[in-house]
Design a protein. Structure first.
Length: 202
């Protein structure tokens, strides 16, 4: 069955109402651009406002390093099959958060992550997402033994909340990936060995 696609258009800054405009201008100041996802999301100003607030709080006070943050976001987006967020966060992982390329590619391809602690983080993020917030005692103890805390568990819940907003908005809008993210376009779990080998040789 074909998935539903919103008929509501993206909101451009010039056509935005005052509430929408304030949010889009803030987004541009923070990200140096207005991503298509934000133009879609701002159709519900409260939704974009909530997303931006939660995203910022996770980045600022979630207790994870930039690389760990990206692993969490990539894992959630891959599990939710959000091609837009996978493209965007893969580029951020490469250029801003400095996630080892082998780790990013493993998440993109659903293969074993060659980094013990980041693998544990990704695995527990999947557990929280796929078990709908009902991890077992064994799941949590394994996560804690990897060097994380219950505070990190709560931060993963925040990340899932934030990414649920963005992933689902991108699903219903079938949001076009911005040109800046195109180099890391993702179409589902697949092996991209040429890309990985390029970075290994660099």
């Amino acid at each position: 069955m074909k998935n539903y696609k919103m008929s509501t258009p993206l909101v451009e800054l010039a056509a935005a109402n005052e509430v929408q405009k304030d949010l889009l201008i803030t987004a541009k100041k923070e990200t140096k651009m207005i991503p298509n996802m934000y133009k879609a999301m701002v159709n519900s100003a409260s939704l974009l406002d909530t997303y931006m607030y939660g995203y910022k709080k996770f980045r600022e006070s979630g207790g994870f390093s930039p690389a760990e943050q990206e692993v969490v976001f990539l894992t959630i987006s891959a599990e939710n099959q959000c091609t837009y967020c996978m493209g965007a966060h893969s580029l951020l992982a490469d250029t801003v958060s400095k996630v080892p390329i082998e780790v990013t590619e493993a998440i993109r391809n659903d293969t074993e992550i060659p980094h013990e602690k980041l693998s544990s983080l990704s695995e527990f993020t999947r557990v929280m997402l796929n078990k709908r917030g009902f991890p077992s005692e064994v799941d949590v103890q394994k996560f804690l033994q990897a060097g994380y805390s219950e505070q990190h568990l709560l931060s993963i819940i925040l990340a899932i909340s934030v990414k649920t907003i963005s992933n689902y908005v991108n699903h219903v809008f079938d949001t076009e990936l911005d040109t800046v993210f195109k180099a890391r376009e993702w179409k589902g779990y697949k092996v991209t060995r040429d890309f990985l080998n390029f970075f290994r040789k660099s």
